[in-house]
Design a protein around this ligand. Structure first.
Ligand SMILES: [Zn+2]
Length: 353
C-alpha cells in the first residue's frame, strides 16, 4: 500500500468514526437525517439515502458516486442528478444503496470533506426571518453564508452554487440546518464544533409530563408514550406549543411527522381526535400533542418519527413566540411530500420500523 493510499484510508476511517459520533448526538442528527461525504480520486463517498449516520460503524452506509459526471450533470441542471442513482460507482456499492437525497449539495462544495447536520442550535437561529443579522454577530471570523429556504435536492444545490464564495466553509441553510466543509475530517469536525458552540442558545426547562393522564388516554389505542421524555415539552410547555402551531419549521418535520402538528382539543377523547384527523385528511398523526399533559407517538410510526419529534421539542425550547419565526408554506410542504426521493426515504423508514 502506498503512503497516499494509507493516508486516504485513514481519512475514510476517520469519517466513519465522526459520522457515528455525530449520528448518535440528537442535538446534531435525528434518525436518517444529516449526511457526511469524502471526495478522493474522482469518487465522492456519501451517506446512502435512508441509512442512519449512527450506524456508520456497524454497517456499510457509504456509497461511491463518480464526481466528474455528476458535476457535469449539475452544470446542465440535468434532473438525473436529483436521485444520483446513475452516478453510483457500481463496484463500490455491493449493498445496492442509493445516494443521499442531498448528494448534489455535497458535490457542489469544493471541500474534500463535507458534513451536513440538522443541528438544533443552528435551526433555532435559521428559522428566524432576521437570521442574517443574528448570525453576523455570532459567526464573526468564519467565512459563512446564509442560504434562503428552498426545497432540498437540486433547487437547494443550485442556490448554494450561486451563493458560495471561494473561501466559504460554513453554510447556514434557512429552515433546515448546517453544512461545514474542510480539507480533512479533522478540520471539518473542528469547524463544526466551533460553529455549534457559537450558536448555542439557552433552552427552557419543560414542565413535567402527566404520564398517568397520557397512559389513560392511550390505553388500548395505537398510541404510546415517547421513549425520550424531552419529546413531551412541545405539549407541556405553553410557549413551545404556541410556536409549534404556527406551522412546520423544517423539511424532516414534514417528511416524518406530516405538515404542522396535531393537537388534542379540550374534552376530546383520543378516538374523537383521530376521527377529526381523518376528516382533516391527516390520517393517523405520528405525533399527537395533549396540551399541558405531553405527547403520544403512533405505535406504527417508524423510529425516525420519534427522533424528529425530539428535534422539534429541542428547537422549540430555544425559541419564544415573540421571535420573528418563518414556517414552511403549504407549497413548500407539498413540494417535500410529493418529491420522489422523499417517498423513497419514507419507504425505507417504514421498512426499518
Ligand atoms: Zn438536510
Amino acid at each position: 500500500m502506498t503512503s497516499k493510499m494509507a493516508a486516504t484510508d485513514m481519512e475514510f476511517a476517520a469519517l466513519i468514526d465522526l459520522s457515528a459520533r455525530i449520528g448518535t448526538d440528537p442535538a446534531l442528527v435525528q434518525g436518517p437525517g444529516g449526511n457526511t461525504s469524502l471526495k478522493r480520486d474522482g469518487t465522492m463517498w456519501i451517506k446512502a439515502s435512508g441509512t442512519w449516520l449512527s450506524q456508520a460503524r456497524e454497517r456499510s452506509i457509504m456509497v461511491g458516486v463518480a464526481l466528474g459526471p455528476l458535476l457535469g450533470a449539475l452544470d446542465r441542471n440535468d434532473p438525473a442528478c436529483e436521485s444520483g442513482a446513475q452516478f453510483v460507482v457500481a463496484e463500490a456499492n455491493s449493498a445496492g444503496l442509493r445516494p443521499s437525497i442531498e448528494t448534489t449539495m455535497h458535490a457542489a462544495l469544493p471541500h474534500a470533506v463535507v458534513l451536513h447536520v440538522h443541528c438544533v442550535e443552528t435551526i433555532a437561529w435559521a428559522v428566524r426571518s432576521d437570521a442574517q443579522a443574528q448570525l453576523e454577530q455570532r459567526l464573526h471570523g468564519f467565512d459563512w453564508c446564509l442560504v434562503p429556504y428552498v426545497r432540498p435536492g437540486l433547487p437547494l444545490t443550485q442556490l448554494i452554487r450561486q451563493r458560495l464564495r471561494a473561501d466559504t466553509t460554513v453554510l447556514i441553510l434557512a429552515n433546515h440546518g448546517l453544512v461545514v466543509g474542510g480539507p480533512s475530517v479533522a478540520a471539518a469536525a473542528s469547524t463544526l464544533s466551533a460553529v455549534v458552540a457559537r450558536l448555542r442558545r439557552l433552552a427552557r426547562i419543560a414542565p413535567i409530563a402527566d404520564v398517568d393522564a397520557l397512559e389513560a388516554l392511550a390505553a388500548g389505542s395505537g398510541y404510546r408514550l415517547p421513549e425520550r421524555m424531552a419529546v413531551h415539552s412541545t405539549a407541556t410547555d405553553a410557549q413551545s406549543l404556541a410556536i409549534a402551531q404556527k406551522g412546520s419549521l423544517y423539511p424532516d418535520h414534514v417528511v416524518f411527522l406530516g405538515p404542522g402538528v396535531f393537537v388534542l382539543q379540550a374534552d376530546e377523547t383520543l378516538a374523537q381526535a383521530l376521527h377529526r384527523a381523518r376528516q382533516e385528511m391527516r390520517g393517523d398523526p405520528a405525533l399527537l400533542l395533549v396540551p399541558g399533559k405531553g405527547a403520544l407517538v403512533r405505535r406504527s410510526a417508524p423510529p425516525a418519527a420519534e427522533a424528529i419529534a425530539g428535534c422539534l421539542a429541542d428547537v422549540l425550547m430555544r425559541l419564544s413566540p415573540e421571535e420573528p419565526i418563518c414556517t414552511l408554506s403549504s407549497v413548500d410542504e407539498a413540494a417535500i411530500i410529493n418529491w420522489d426521493a422523499e417517498q423513497y426515504r419514507r419507504a425505507l423508514a417504514r421498512g426499518a420500523g
